[in-house]
Design a protein around this ligand. Structure first.
Ligand SMILES: [Fe+2]
Ligand SMILES: [Fe+2]
Length: 190
């Protein structure tokens, strides 16, 4: 799977100008993905084939949250508790279909595509961040998030025709490119 819109390195250079703001947004994002996995379990308790994997990813994302929180404190800050609405996720969710089966498929594919974007951007942050501790963290995190991309697509393919999943993934990638390229740059993942 490949992103259609590639984030320019200038985005990362601008994002790291306010690394404290970036970390706040990132902490929030990790916490939200952990929540999203748990909410999928709550919404689809009968999809027993994916519950273990969703718990596992949720645990990993919660660990990322812990690590980002530690970095915030390492920089002498605290969590600011300001939870911003994520225009990126809102933009992506606008494409979901209302039929319950299709909605389930869309949710999993969107989760995968969002992991792909996050991973792309963590890599860029790792390349430009001057603080070596942070740079190392982001380069490493990029690799960890890469694994989640496949996990969500594999989950979708347990329940749906592989070709259908691939077709829908292409449509969602197109939407994702529209959304992410149109958003103004700020010290945040999206
Ligand atoms: Fe994560
Ligand atoms: Fe992830």
């Amino acid at each position: 799977m490949e992103l259609i819109y590639k984030t320019p390195i200038e985005w990362a250079k601008q994002a790291v100008e306010d690394m404290d703001a970036f970390l706040q947004d990132h902490a929030d994002a990790e916490r939200k993905v952990a929540n999203m996995c748990l909410s999928l379990i709550a919404k689809y308790p009968n999809r027993v084939e994916i519950i273990d994997e969703l718990i596992q990813i949720s645990v990993e994302e919660l660990l990322h949250f812990k690590q980002v929180y530690e970095l915030i404190r390492y920089r002498g800050q605290e969590l600011n508790g300001v939870f911003q609405k994520d225009p990126y996720i809102k933009g992506l969710m606008s494409i979901v279909r209302s039929d319950s089966e299709q909605l389930f498929m869309d949710r999993l594919i969107i989760a995968s595509v969002a992991e792909l974007r996050g991973s792309e951007r963590f890599k860029l942050i790792g390349e430009v961040c001057e603080d070596q501790k942070l740079a190392k963290f982001y380069t490493n995190l990029h690799l960890q998030e890469l694994e989640h991309i496949d996990s969500f697509i594999k989950m979708a393919k347990i329940y749906f025709d592989h070709e259908q999943v691939d077709i829908r993934t292409k449509e969602i990638l197109k939407k994702e490119a529209e959304v992410s390229s149109a958003l103004p740059w700020r010290s945040a993942i999206h």
